[in-house]
Design a protein around this ligand. Sequence first.
Ligand code: APR
Length: 229
Amino acid sequence: MSARKSIVVLSGSGVSAESGLPTFRDANGLWRNHDWRELASPEGWRKHPELVLEFYNERRAAAWKAEPNGAHRAIAALEEMHNVVVVTQNVDALHERAGSTRVVHLHGELAYARGTSAKRHRVRLDGNPIALGDLCPDGTQLRPDIVWFGEPVPKLEEGMQHVMAASHLLVVGTSLLVYPAASLAELAPEACEKMVVALELERVPEGFTFRQGKATEQVPEIARKWASG
Ligand code: APR
């Protein structure tokens, strides 16, 4: 019986692409069709909150309808034999719905709203919309519980701790272009086995084996290898 591995999965929107959810920078990505400055920044929120709410209401409804795919399921199944933590940039709940029990959301979650006071009081929404005038129990306007560009990443430290303790790191479905999340890939220990899966990647981080292809094809293969070896 092989020793329990400490597996960390650093995932991005590409892992949910085959569940029908758009990525950000690919051909038909969200930021190809929308301006992130207007929709995913504190400035955009101040300027036109109704536009921001509409954008996230649509994304929330789509994510709520989406189903986990073979990549999400293969990652969840690894928990049967190994210690697995998913550190994701994704705001959908497909890792959890596939059965992953330890998921760190670096960029927030669509299924939650939060107040705009310093208390950051959270409210569960599931797939429901937020409207202007929807107030948090502390009386402030509710906003999507998403980390926008220029905002701090509260769970970054937690993500770093997991990656620094990994014996196996799988980076999947992220372009590794957005910091500080992308810096996590560089923190894995020397002895850690490092794999990266994407359709395209501008730069393969040092020490990683690049598996170019679909998450639903590459991830189950890697999971089988790690489950047995
Ligand atoms: N299988 C595997 N990889 C895929 C697939 C697929 N089916 N489809 C796309 N990809 C890969 C692309 O090749 C690309 O490398 O997923 C990556 C998607 O990159 P981005 O669109 O940049 O998305 P992501 O890395 O998740 O963005 C990071 O940017 O906009 C912010 O906060 C947002 O969390 C997001 C962050």
